[in-house]
Design a protein around this ligand. Sequence first.
Ligand code: TPP
Ligand code: MG
Length: 569
Amino acid sequence: MATDVFTVAERIAHSLKRHDVTDIFAQSLPSAVILAAEAIGIRQVAYRQENMGGTMADGYARLSGKIGVVAAQNGPAATLLVPPLAEALKASVPIVALVQDVERDQADRNAFQELDHLALFQSCTKWVRKVIVAERIDDYIDAAFTAAASGRPGPVALLLPADLLREQTAPSPFRRQAALGDWPLDRLRPRDSDIERAASMIAAAHAPVIIAGGGVHASRAAGELSALQNEASLPVVTTNMGKGAVDEYHPLSAGVLGALVGPRSLGRHTVALVEEADLVILVGTRTNQNGTDSWRQIPRSASVIHVDVDPAEIGRTYEAVRLAGDAAETIRALRRELSGHDLSYRASKRDQLIERIAGFWCAFDAERQSVARSDASPIRPERIMFELQQLMTADTTVVADASYSSMWVAGQLRALSPGMRFLLPRGLAGLGWGLPLALGAKAAEPDKPVVAIVGDGGFAHSWAELETMVRSSLPILIIVLNNGILGFQRDAETAKFGRFTTACSFADVDHQKIAEACGCPAVRIFDPTDLPRYLERGLSGEGPLLIEVMTEPGAHPPLSLFAAMDQAA
Ligand SMILES: Cc1ncc(C[n+]2csc(CCOP(=O)(O)OP(=O)(O)O)c2C)c(N)n1
Ligand SMILES: [Mg+2]
C-alpha cells in the first residue's frame, strides 16, 4: 500500500492513522480529508460549531494523552477556531487544526471565503504552515504533530488548499513510519549539576513547599510528584490547573491555593505554607495571576526552584534555580539524587506538618459547614459540590466552565488520587468551554464518567452541542448552575464600582426544556435533597442527563477580590 499513488487527502488520512488518530472533530470539511478518514475507520465527531469542535479536541487531548485533531473550512469557519486554539496555547494543550484553504491558483484574488489564515493563526498557535507541494504532505503532517507535542505543547494549524487535496501523489521518498500522536513527544531533563544543586536545597530547607501546576498533568508526572512529596515530606499546594496533581486526601496535600483565599476558603489557612516558606518549588506552572493571587504569595526572602518544560517561564517573575525539562523526568532525577541525601531533617518535621495541614482542612470544613450542608432553596453551590464529592470516584473526570463553576470545583471538591483529572479552561478562562471540553473528554475515555459543571451564562454559549452529545453517543452528566445572572460579572462590578450594568441579569430560561428538545433527559431541581439520586443517575453512565439546579444568586466563591466585601458582611 505504501507505494500506491493516493490523493493528498488520502495520504493525510493514512498519516493520521499512523499517528494513532482515532477521532477527528469536524463538520465534513475539508470534505476530501474527512471522506478519506472515515473510509479507513477514523471516527468523525461532528460538532455543530467550529469553536466548540476545537474545544472538544482540547478536552480530548487533555484527558487522552493523545494530540487532539480538529478540522474546518476556510474563512468564517477558520476564524471560529481562534478561541479554542488560543485557550490551548495558553493552557499548553497540543491540537492539530487541519484547515482548508482556497485553491492555489485562486489565491490572493478574493476567492470565496478567502482569508489570510497564516496571519489569522499566527497569534493563537505555536506553528502554522500552508502546504503547497503535494509530495511534501507527509513531511508537513509529521511536522505539525511534532510541533504540537514537542517542547511546550500547544496548538498548530496546517493549511490545505482544496485543489491540493485532490491531487494524486506518491508517498514521501523519505521514511515516514513514526507514530507521533502521543504527547509529550520528548522528555528532556536538566543537567546533573542543576539537579544536584536543587536536591541539596530541598534537603537543607527548613520550610519548603511545592506549588504544582497544570504541567504536572501534561507530563503525566503525578506519580513522580507524589513519590517526591512522600519521600522528602514536602507539603504540596496546587494551582487551579494543577488540581489533582496530588491526592488531596494525602496528609501532606493542602489543596488548591491561587486566588481562593477569602472567608470560608481552605486557602486562607494554607497560604501560610507559602508565605512562611524558605524554599518554594514550582512545578509546571507559568506563575500566572490566578495561580499566585496576583503574585502576592511567594515571599521575596524565599529561594525558588522552578521545574518547567518551557525555559522562558522560568524566571519570568520569580528568579529561580532553573530546572528546564519535563516534569516527570526532572522529578525522577531529583528523587534519585535525594536518595543519596540525608533527609532526616525533613522527616523530623513531618508529623508536625501533617498535624498543621490536617488543622487547615478541619477549620475549612467547619467554616463551610453552613453552606456545604445548607438545606436552603435556591440551592447553595457548595451543597452541590458536597453531594458530588460523596459520589465521584478517582475515575470521574470533572469538567467546569469558566467563572464560578471553575472556582466551586477547584475550591470545594477534593481530589481522590494523584492524577485525578479536573479539566478547567484556565488558559484564558473563557465562557462556553465546559460542555465541549467534557464531550472531548468523554470521546477520549468513553468508559469513564464525565461531569460538566456550567453556569447558565457560559452554558448559553454551547447549548447547540447538546445535540452533538446525543447524536454522537457521548453520555455525560451536565449540571447547570442556574442563578439567573452573570454571577462573577455582577459581583466583580459590584466590588470594583459598587454597581453593575443591565447585562448581568437574564430572563428566565428553562434549561430542562432545552435539553429535552435535543433528546437529552433533564430535571430541574429546587430542593437539595433531590441532588443525590439525580447525581447518581447521571454518573451511572446509562445515558446523558442534565440537572438544572436553581442556585442561590448571592453565592460566590471565596476569591480574594471579594474578601473585603465578605469580611464587612
Ligand atoms: C467568552 C467570555 N466572555 C466574557 C467573559 C467575562 N465573564 C467572566 S465570568 C462572566 C459571568 C459568567 O456567568 P455564568 O456563566 O452564569 O456563571 P456564574 O458566574 O453566574 O456562576 C463573564 C461575563 C469571559 N470570561 N469569557
Ligand atoms: Mg450564572
